[in-house]
Design a protein around this ligand. Sequence first.
Ligand code: SAH
Ligand code: SF4
Ligand code: F3S
Length: 484
Amino acid sequence: MTKSEPTPAKKVFIKTWGCQMNVYDSERMTDVLRPLGYGVTDTPDDADLMVLNTCHIREKAEEKVYSDLGRLREIKETRAEAGLSTTIAVAGCVAQAQGAEIMRRQPAVDLVVGPQAYHQLPELIARAHRASGERLAADFRPNEKFDALPAQRTPSGVTAYLTVQEGCDKFCTFCVVPYTRGGEYSRPVQAILDEAKSLADQGVREVTLLGQNVNAYAGGLANLVRRIAEIPGLDRIRYTTSHPSDMDDELIAAHAEIPELMPFLHLPVQSGSDRILKAMNRRHTAESYVRLIEKIRAARPDIALSGDFIVGFPGESDRDFQATLALMREVTYASAFSFKYSRRPGTPASAMPGQVPEPLKEERLAELNQLLDDQQRAFNTAQTGRTLDVLIERPGRHPGQIAGRSPYLQAVHLDGPESLIGNIVPVRIEAAAKMSLAGILFPPARREGGSARSDETGGPLGHSPTLAALRPVPPDKREGEILA
Ligand code: SAH
Ligand code: SF4
Ligand code: F3S
């Protein structure tokens, strides 16, 4: 090959299930693969490398992986007939949990890489091509992974995820995460700041700090948020997912003091029954959770709340379920995610007596979702007539339309020029639906304005107390999409 010839372009197709951290991981995999000449494609048919980044949280999520692998195998065979070689990789939490079994069940899989080992992808791909050597990497060395990832990010828009903490030591009895992500690990502050700066330099305006227990961040999450807020250009900070027992006073105070910290908090409670919370090993009671919410609302009255709920945990009686509904009524959520308990092999709850029959789980889920829907609609409807700061993120669905998010994470659609993408603009909300808001630029004279954050626009600090906010994914639709 002469110098002037371009490197032959290879293509990678990545499909992502599960939580935001998997979305982050998928993006980082493309960063690792870019130096090898891989560009991203969104169709598997022309992909030299196919990656399934999987989620193990509930049974349904896991089943989907195996059905997808069947489809990818067919594509691989078709490509082989055309003389093209294809590598199939399984990454993520199913890879971690089932490693070798995946290769047994689907021999078309060339390599398996766990969430703490994907920086080894180039080496694993090379080994797969040689058809020799270990093709399974599932060790837990998060520090090595983060050290090996390129400091430079390639964000795809004006918002980005940034993993600051990974893993979990809580061992809720229903949950696989401590087994698939390993123990709690916090990245060093400087590495996080460098990554955040790199994002800001490339036009990112909003960063969501990620961790399975993000508020257990070792250096103190409030401190970290304060440091990130100092980075010019980063005007919005969010974090997820938090555990109630790590919600300290400093972090609560940060919600009152740091304007960049958005008034939205995802704080899973799982159940409103103390008996069930104890069996779940949740380390909080319904009462302590409600008191915590009161404290947070005292610090930041307009904060919008989101949560996770599980119905049909082993031993859940009708009274326990009623206690969950009562807690939901008391707290009032802007949105929340609700799940039927899913029995995960190897977790303590899967062996508990009193497993709840499926039809009863369905019934309870429907009742819970009805209440959630009502709360979500009420929260959205309460925004009409108000002016919210909206970060414009992308073109809308229709020509002339643009779309973004309110401080409360609601999707907002409006008419406006695409040149506003990346700007935070005041939008007067005219209509509310269950999943989104529609509005107009306001005041119209400031159309081309950049970041607007004045009192008259009703910026975050200008809001009267509200009870809840909206998230774009309907309850129990999280498998296969973004969650927690
Ligand atoms: N780290 C977060 C999120 C963990 S997974 C936390 O501590 O809350 C996201 C959500 O999935 C959980 O909050 C829980 O509501 C749900 N979940 C986890 N395991 C589950 C299971 N076995 N069955 C049903 N839902 C489950
Ligand atoms: Fe799972 Fe969250 Fe509990 Fe950890 S704290 S075990 S991630 S539900
Ligand atoms: Fe893993 Fe996230 Fe699913 S931690 S099990 S991908 S929810």
